[in-house]
Design a protein around this ligand. Structure first.
Ligand code: PRT
Ligand code: ZN
Length: 299
């Protein structure tokens, strides 16, 4: 009489599995893969395949063109996707934006020849605008009550004014160097975009549990990226002023140094206030300031 055998497959995880669509290659691919890695999710096979299985999380990853991701998520071929907000708003599919992912940041802007006088969107009245984003541009013109002609082209939009195809363009901009090199200037930003996580509306209870686990990890990674761990030394009489400058997760940690009258102070600083606070800390008498990246931040 042996013991009953418990199969390792006793707990069926298939119904918890999420199918995630990410860009196969392009600007969002590497950051999407890096985010999964930082969430502790190992993807088994290479990206040359159409799909890959996570070895340690109920996730299957599909590698697709970014333009197709909203459609696949609406149809339920994928349950969730990482894609630019610009694509989400242009495609107008029935999906929900769940979380901003903090990479792929850019803006969708109107640009005109650099010698033009563009004071407001009224400039566009009766003009020809070349773009790969006809839906977003039409909504912008309608909101402004402007009649203009939209000329949809799929690539190299920035050359359109130079070859006489359009008076203005609407395209994604990040550094602005593409516009500059084509003799154009950014006239108006109509959308700020970054990569987001979108979801299908019909996920099962079990899949929602997996989505929440994934979101918890993504949020911890994002928080860690936006914060730095800081260590500094300070004379004890300066501690009240220095502690007053530091936010910390609860309050700063203060430890005595071997040298009498001195302490070591540890805290967490947000990237946005970082340099301001460092300057104030130095002015307040902090010495030996060390700044360390945080890998994960669970609050
Ligand atoms: O093959 P697939 O269809 O998947 O990829 P794709 O060629 O359509 O897209 P890809 O990889 O170029 O961009 C994917 C996503 O990255 C976009 O949908 C945006 O959400 C985001 N992103 C962020 C950008 C940029 N920054 C960006 N600068 N997408 C495109 N650009 C282009 C822009 O169109 C212009 O040609 O870069 C040029 C401008 O850059 P600057 O730095 O010169 O201003
Ligand atoms: Zn694309």
């Amino acid at each position: 009489m042996g013991l009953p055998v418990v199969s390792p497959f006793f707990f069926n995880t298939d119904n918890m599995k999420l199918k995630l669509a990410i860009q196969k290659s392009g600007r969002l691919h590497d950051d999407s893969m890096r985010l999964l890695k930082e969430c502790g999710i190992d993807i088994s096979n290479g990206v040359n395949k159409l799909k890959a299985e996570a070895t340690n999380f109920p996730l299957e990853v599909f590698f697709l063109r970014d333009d197709d991701i909203p459609q696949y998520v609406e149809d339920g071929v994928a349950d969730i996707g990482f894609v630019g907000e610009n694509v989400v708003y242009e495609k107008k599919k029935k999906t929900t934006v769940v979380e901003q992912l903090g990479f792929g940041k850019c803006r969708l802007s109107i640009a005109v020849r650099k010698q033009e006088q563009y004071t407001d969107a009224g400039f566009l009245t009766g003009k020809k605008i070349a773009t790969s984003y006809p839906v977003i541009v039409a909504a912008f013109l309608q909101e402004k009550g402007i009649e203009a002609e939209i000329h949809e082209i799929s690539g190299s939009v920035e050359i359109a004014p130079g070859i006489g195809l359009a008076d203005a363009i609407c395209d994604l901009v990040s550094s602005g160097s593409t516009l500059f090199m084509n003799g154009l200037k950014e006239a108006e930003t109509i959308l700020r975009s970054q990569a987001v996580l979108i979801r299908n509306s019909d996920l099962s209870e079990e899949q929602l549990v997996t989505l929440n686990r994934l979101l918890f990890r993504i949020q911890s990674v994002k928080k860690a990226r936006n914060n730095k761990y800081i260590l500094l030394n300070a004379p004890n009489e300066k501690l009240p002023e220095i502690i007053g400058l530091l936010p910390g997760m609860k309050s700063p940690t203060v430890l005595p140094l071997a040298e009498p009258g001195w302490s070591s102070v540890h805290s967490v600083l947000n990237e946005n206030d970082f340099w301001d606070i460092i300057e104030q800390l130095k002015a307040a008498g902090a010495e030996g300031i060390l700044v360390v990246p945080i890998e994960k931040m669970i609050v």
